[in-house]
Design a protein around this ligand. Sequence first.
Ligand code: DQA
Length: 146
Amino acid sequence: GKFLLLNGPNLNMLGKREVSIYGSTTLKDIEEQVQKVAIENDSSVDCFQSNHEGELIDRIHEANGLYNGIIFNPGAFTHYSYAIRDALASISVPTIEVHISNVHKREEFRHQSVISPVTEGQIVGLGIYGYELALLALMQKTRGEK
Ligand code: DQA
């Protein structure tokens, strides 16, 4: 299948940003690893990161009909972007929400996701491995689709 790896604000800073929480792996490393797993499974992954809500929304709209699934870490938009939630609700591509850190162990404002009601599922607190797990789950779910 064909999948989209979408990362929201500040995730371009991975490897430099709050290393004790998010680790020292860069976004480029993560993207390459997910692409490697996709290729091993006769699949492909396009990657996109943006710090801008509207750019993420445009990319979500464009994903409709183009991808079998989306792996999405919306960053802090997770907690308050009804616009991103509505964008996901407007398409029919299954999306798995990924958080590197265990948001439930952190500040109160990170405990709620306004996105998860419109996603297939959520992977939280498993570090960068969560991205790969999301891909595996989406490939399993969409097996046999064009
Ligand atoms: C995050 C958790 C969010 O609360 C935070 O704003 C991020 C990263 C994570 O991957 O753990 O930017 O989505």
